[in-house]
Every structure is written in C-alpha cells, then in structure tokens.
Write a protein that binds this ligand. Structure first.
Ligand SMILES: [Zn+2]
Ligand SMILES: [Zn+2]
Ligand SMILES: [Zn+2]
Length: 161
C-alpha cells in the first residue's frame, strides 16, 4: 500500500516491526472488506509467516504452532495456509516449498521474487506488471497458453555480497 516501496527486506534501515504491523493491518482490513474470516489460527499462521522475510515451510510453521499449542495438527496449518495463499496474504515460493508474506494482497497480482541464497531472505518485486506483460506477450506470440507463472530469481542481496 503506502510503505511497500521502503519496506523491502533488502533496503537499508528496514523497519520490520512496522512492516509486520502494516501487513497485519492490511490483512484485517482486506478480510473485513471481503467478508472473509481471519480466524485466530489463520491470523497466527500469518503472523508466524511474517516473523521474517525468510520463507517459512509448513513444517516450520507447524513446529512453532505446536510450541504454543500442543494439539496443532498438520491439516490445521495446511488449511490456514491455503486460505492465506488463496487471498494473496502469503505467496508460496515454489523452489523452496515455503511461504512468504505479501504486503499488497489487496491487488490481484502475479509475483516475482528475489531470493538471497545466503541469508534466505526474499523480496517481492514491486513492479510485476512489466515483466508479466513481457512474458504473456512472448507466450502469445508462440501460441503458448500460460497456466502458471513462477519467476524466482536467486542471488545475493546487497548486505550479503
Ligand atoms: Zn519486514
Ligand atoms: Zn504479493
Ligand atoms: Zn542476503
């Protein structure tokens, strides 16, 4: 929304507390406006995903939940993740089979990600429109119908270089 351009994990002086606070506010507003139920467990899983900009696996999330609530079962976590992914509140990083929070779930978007192979932090590209457009144009030219587009770029962030 407003802060995302300065909120990226690879920006110097990144304020993650503010980042999480904004993300949770946005999630609550989104769910309210779309009449979706951000249940306790969904909210907690979202908070756990937002613990950092390192993608979290379902297993890691389950482990954290179990530390708080012993009877947390895998389907509980999977169902919460399904909901969060469906509404763009989190994205699945295919190559890592892990999840990362999205700070602009209110807009429909196909994302591209920069993944630092050293600190494991992931940033979502802000301007996905140009890249998506280029991909779909080229696919169209070849008569190819895109069903799923995953752009995950591995490398080193500024701090890790
Ligand atoms: Zn952050
Ligand atoms: Zn996103
Ligand atoms: Zn890094």
């Amino acid at each position: 929304m407003t802060t995302q351009s300065i909120a990226g994990p690879f920006q110097p002086g990144h304020n993650h507390k503010a980042c999480v606070r904004d993300a949770m506010n946005i999630a609550e507003q989104l769910c309210q406006s779309k009449d979706l139920r951000l249940t306790k467990i969904r909210k907690r899983v979202l908070e756990l995903v937002w613990a950092g900009h390192e993608p979290a696996t379902a297993y890691q999330l389950l482990k954290k939940l179990r530390a708080e609530k012993e009877n947390a079962e895998p389907p509980t976590v999977y169902r919460a993740l399904d909901f969060l992914v469906e509404h763009n509140l989190v994205h699945r990083i295919e190559s890592l089979n892990a999840f990362i929070g999205c700070d602009h779930p209110e807009s429909e978007h196909v994302s591209q990600f920069l993944i630092c192979s050293h600190c494991n932090q992931v940033a979502e590209l802000d301007d996905s429109v140009t890249i998506n457009h280029a991909v779909s144009e080229e696919a169209k030219r070849l008569g190819f119908k895109v069903s799923n587009q995953t752009v995950e770029i591995m490398g080193l962030c500024a701090a890790c270089q």
